[in-house]
Write a protein that binds this ligand. Structure first.
Ligand SMILES: *Cc1c(COP(=O)(O)O)cnc(C)c1O
Length: 367
């Protein structure tokens, strides 16, 4: 229940919204913020200069291009699809909302693979869509593909996150193929973190084969544009047109379109930091594995974050935040994620700081 809504206002609300828990990023200022999976390395200097020059030329007295035409063409060329196979949104979140608007509703079902990104369920509930959960293995977080395929046969929308947030694992392409064959509705692969995964992890090669496959990308994670809110869906022209029917025409503003166009043109400039983040991920994971004697467990990750189980997780999270000014994400109250924290891979200094703070807190025996 959201606090601060009085009874009369609540009574006037859409019933599906009245008892929703609003999404809470649990953000507080901290010296080291490893809570939201942003790219903390910052934009490469040459890209930053191009973005600034482009922003300086933006004219804001006219409405933006509704479909972000210039950006859309650049994205299409990058991914080897036609521009009418690309839909740009105000962050991936808007596109997820639009997917539920277009493909959800009463008598429609979303198949969800918890534990995963909480927005899918939130938007489904808001839009009165039944949520059919196919829970992951409680220990390995592996997907039960047979159960998923069975559930998908009656779904209007299936969302699979690969790499998954917050568990970090990839969904194999062969399984995506089975899913697309079985599902009469839309199969969305949320690839918000795919840039950090090994080459060949994307489901994009299946796009020409399946009209019901859609892939979500964002510029918020690898490409340093979380604040500009740019995401995009790749899919068949039919799926993109369906999204066009429900979207707000001017949701992607001129400044964000201009910045994103430069970033996409300069995307190769991010390769070095992406590789560095991948190397740091393995180093951080190695450091965490050394804390096994203190009860720490870390799962493998193909993304820019690690899921870690620690004794007394909620209190560890609090001490990191209040005593060390290090913010990680506390998932310990989420079903299936008992004792789990998620930490974004930071710079080498940030990762060293979190490793030593964690070791000290756990050795301190504070539970
Ligand atoms: C971050 C994220 C997104 C989209 O983020 P935006 O900033 O809205 O583009 C989508 N899916 C997952 C799983 C994410 O973690």
């Amino acid at each position: 229940m959201s606090p601060g809504i009085n009874d009369a206002v609540r009574a006037a609300m859409r019933p599906s919204a009245a008892d929703l828990e609003p999404y809470d990023p649990a953000f507080l200022p901290a010296s080291i913020n490893l809570s939201a999976n942003e790219n903390g390395y910052g934009m490469p200097d040459d890209v930053q200069a191009h973005v600034e020059a482009a922003l300086a030329k933006v004219v804001a007295n006219r409405y933006p291009q509704p479909l972000s035409d210039a950006l859309r063409s650049e994205l299409a060329a990058w991914h080897g699809v036609d521009p009418d196979q690309v839909m740009v949104g105000n962050g991936g979140d808007e596109l997820l909302f639009n997917l539920l608007l277009a493909f959800g509703g009463r008598d429609h079902a979303l198949v969800n693979l918890p534990p995963t990104f909480s927005m899918y369920r939130l938007y489904a509930q808001l839009l009165e869509t039944a949520v059919v959960d196919v829970p992951r293995d409680p220990d390995s977080f592996a997907v039960d593909v047979d159960a998923l395929v069975t559930a998908a046969r009656a779904a209007s929308l299936v969302i699979v996150t690969s790499p998954n947030n917050p568990t970090g694992d990839l969904f194999p392409i062969g399984d995506t193929r089975r899913l697309c064959e079985a599902c009469p509705g839309i199969v969305l692969l949320d690839e918000a973190y795919v840039e950090f995964a090994p080459e060949g992890s994307t489901a994009a090669p299946l796009l020409p084969e399946f009209e019901n496959l859609a892939i979500l990308h964002t510029l918020s994670k690898a490409f340093c544009l979380a604040g500009a809110r740019i995401g995009y869906v790749l899919g068949s022209p039919s799926v993109v047109s369906a999204l066009a029917t429900v979207r707000q025409p001017y949701s992607v503003n001129v400044l964000s379109q201009a910045a994103a166009l430069e970033v996409v043109r300069d995307r190769m400039s991010f390769s070095a930091t992406i590789e560095e983040i991948e190397a740091e991920r393995e180093r951080l994971a190695g450091g965490l594995r050394q804390l096994v004697g203190l009860g720490v467990r870390v799962w493998p990750s193909a993304a820019n974050f690690l899921l870690v189980r620690v004794p007394g997780a909620h209190e560890v999270h609090r001490q990191l935040r209040d005593e060390r000014s290090i913010l990680v994400r506390d998932f310990s109250a989420t079903p299936g994620l008992d004792g789990c924290l998620r930490m974004t891979v930071g710079t080498p200094q940030e990762n060293d700081a979190v490793l030593s703070a964690l070791a000290e807190i756990l050795k301190g025996g504070s539970r």
